[in-house]
Design a protein around this ligand. Structure first.
Ligand code: 13P
Ligand code: MG
Ligand code: MG
Length: 392
């Protein structure tokens, strides 16, 4: 049978600031997910939160971008929004950026990652005798938060020794999206290992380019899908951080979980954090963690599931970052964060002008730039975007 896994995630309100959704909101989304399973729309569903973002993980047979599946999620998020509003929670409905999307909800605010694949988990199936997958959800993060760890997990044998094996060793195709191109989805496909350097040329820029999907060159099967949109490009203004999700199939013809998560031991610096405008380390955390630490560090959770022959998965899961081994990394992230923020607003600690997502910062800068004047009394019209075009 063909199975689709859909990850649909949104921030629709949170308690005491941008920390976590309330239990009422979580219960409401869980009840809607249960009803969708009862009605037969979904085979199975899991609901969790990472910081203030509620994430629905669903299996079904309706394919990617299915209107009914997406509308189910939209309506669940709307109901949670109503609860958030009733209780006066912060940012009620924050990620629901359009009024009523009629079909699929890609580009409407929520983060979406989906993969459809053939599902026949029997011992004699040479490709996928068992289907295991991981769901990563990030909060307070820019859209390219997964660029480095996905690259290292799927293209670098220093992290994924599996790449030295015959089947995985044929490499992976990285489909990379240019998120600054608002005219439509603009993609390039580059192959690891031969395009290794070219991939890094793009992925170094986490704010503009993001891995959108990764495909096994041995089997043609999609290994990973990542939500890659820039919220402020949808909303036209800052409405919250992009907080991407990723769906990653593992084992067998794909890297193993430990190969995929070991890059997170770096707690690498990314754009995000407070007001979406700082450069701070990514801290791996258990699912259902609130953002309450100092600074508003970017967080990422990672849960693993196994899919049975009927597409059921949600009765148990492995919480990869809920392990004492990651306490060391959490301390490292905290130390890196303290170190970076000790220089406050200066230089590399905050995103450069072009990447500042909090539109108010741009206004503040713009207001001051307008007041600049040439020493000789000639009127200045320099604004940051035009500064290079000044003729004097
Ligand atoms: P969220 O997108 O998670 O609401 O965070 C945005 C922010 O600005 C944090 O300071
Ligand atoms: Mg929020
Ligand atoms: Mg969030």
């Amino acid at each position: 049978m063909k199975i689709t896994l859909s990850i649909l995630k949104a921030d629709v309100g949170s308690i005491g600031g941008h920390t976590k959704p309330s239990q009422h909101m979580m219960d409401s989304v869980q009840a809607d997910a249960d009803a969708a399973v009862q009605s037969g729309l979904l085979i199975d569903a899991f609901v969790g939160h990472t910081g203030d973002d509620i994430c629905i993980v669903a299996s079904h047979t309706r394919g990617e971008n299915d209107t009914d599946v997406h509308q189910f999620a939209w309506s669940a998020f709307l109901k949670a929004t109503a609860i958030a509003s009733d209780y006066g929670l912060y940012g009620a409905g924050q990620d629901l950026l359009v009024d009523a999307p009629s079909g699929n909800i890609r580009g409407a605010g929520p983060a979406v990652a989906e993969i459809e694949f053939d599902h026949d988990p029997v011992k004699t199936n040479p490709m996928r005798p068992a289907e295991s997958f991981m769901v990563l959800a990030a909060d307070k993060c820019g859209p390219g938060a997964y660029n480095l760890p996905m690259f290292l997990g799927f293209a670098d044998p220093m992290y994924c020794a599996g790449l030295m094996l015959p089947r995985i060793g044929e490499g992976f195709t990285f489909n990379i999206i240019d998120m600054d191109n608002t005219g439509g989805d603009s993609l390039i496909s580059l192959n690891a290992p031969e395009d290794y350097y070219k991939i890094t040329v793009l992925l170094r820029d986490n704010e503009r380019f993001a891995v959108e999907s990764i495909v096994s060159r041995y089997s043609g099967q999609v290994a990973a899908a990542i939500s890659a949109t820039r919220m402020h490009n949808i909303a036209g203004t800052y409405t919250g951080k992009d907080d991407p999700v990723a769906l990653v199939r593992n084992q067998g013809i794909f890297p193993a979980p430990e190969e995929l998560i070991s890059p997170y031991a770096k707690a690498h610096f990314i754009g995000g954090d407070a007001r979406g405008s700082h450069v701070m380390p990514l801290m791996p955390v258990p699912i259902n963690t609130a953002v309450t630490g100092m600074y508003c560090l970017p967080l990422v959770s990672c849960v693993g599931f196994s899919l049975n022959k009927d597409g059921k998965f949600a009765d148990s899961f492995a919480d990869f970052f809920d392990n004492p081994a990651w306490d060391y990394v959490r301390n490292l992230a905290q130390e890196k964060g303290i170190s970076m923020r000790s220089q406050g607003w200066s230089g590399a600690a905050m995103l450069p002008y072009g990447e500042l997502e909090y539109s108010g910062f741009r206004t503040s800068i713009g207001n001051l730039v307008e007041r600049f004047a040439y020493r000789n009394g000639k009127e200045s019209s320099a604004i940051p975007e035009k500064a290079g075009a000044a003729d004097d």
